[in-house]
Design a protein around this ligand. Structure first.
Ligand code: JD8
Length: 240
């Protein structure tokens, strides 16, 4: 998979060299390029923003630098129609199902905005050469798209064949399409007693059916308490 990231804060993506994604990059499973948007400006101040038409607080990102960097990215695209991932608080919800979809594509290009956002004509123009996906990480406001891009990349890259040491662990995960869509059950490891707190006996019993039943019930209880919206989906088979 090829990933291009466009930002005015390139150092935000240094963590991509760490952990699983770092191994995927080192192993050639993922090819990541970070582009500094200011390299696509031509004025002495390397400016990327201007005042909003219609007035209002804050600044808006100018379309021209985005047009130039996206042209550049397209010149190196491998013929496949790239996906343009546009993190935005007004985007469609980013979910495990969307992560699965993106993991099946060859080329992802992330536009990490700042200020009040990117001039809307950039997305309008980009829907020609790209499959544009405006995605939101969740119902809270961030200062820019970089954190969302990092989260989306981790959720996508770990689904790529050969990235996870044990792909089996994907099968049972929360939200995974085709699973029961329940939240994870609690997990424990040695010692069996810690600061006076003991591991539930059923998990020490070796009785696999009882262990599975205990875990299922725990997942149901936690999901009902914390994500009733998921319970309805589960009941009526809308998962994934
Ligand atoms: C992209 C600029 C900041 C947003 C004025 C604060 C995603 N779940 C999410 N919350 N926030 C974002 C996000 C925020 C962004 C940009 C994504 C580009 N900002 C703006 C509008 C209000 N400032 C996000 N994914």
């Amino acid at each position: 998979m090829r990933i291009d990231l466009i930002t005015i804060f390139p150092d935000y993506f240094a963590p991509l060299d760490l952990s699983l994604v770092g191994k995927a990059i080192a192993g050639g499973l993922v090819d990541v390029t970070v582009h500094d948007l200011r390299d696509y400006t031509h004025d002495v101040h390397r400016s990327v923003d201007d005042t909003p038409y219609g007035g209002g607080a804050g600044m808006v990102m100018k379309p021209a630098p985005w047009g130039e960097v996206l042209d550049d990215v397209l010149t190196r695209a491998n013929g496949q129609r790239p996906v343009l991932v546009v993190p935005s608080p007004s985007g469609w919800p980013f979910t495990q199902a969307v992560a699965q979809e993106l993991s099946e594509r060859d080329h992802l290009v992330f536009t990490c905005g700042r200020y009040e956002g990117i001039d809307q004509r950039v997305v309008e123009w980009a829907s020609g050469p790209f499959d544009v996906r405006e995605l939101s990480l969740g119902d809270y406001v961030l200062n820019g798209g970089e954190v969302a891009a990092l989260a989306i990349i981790e959720a996508v890259v770990r689904l790529l064949p050969g990235v996870l040491g044990n792909p089996e662990s994907l099968v049972e995960e929360s939200y995974a399409p085709g699973t029961d869509g329940l939240l994870e059950y609690p997990v424990y490891t040695k010692p069996a007693s810690w600061r006076g707190l003991d591991v539930p006996d059923v998990l020490l019993s070796g009785h696999h059916q009882n262990v599975a039943a205990w875990r299922e019930q725990k997942s149901r209880d936690i999901t009902a308490a914390r994500r009733p919206d998921l319970v309805n989906r589960v009941e009526y088979g809308k998962v994934g």
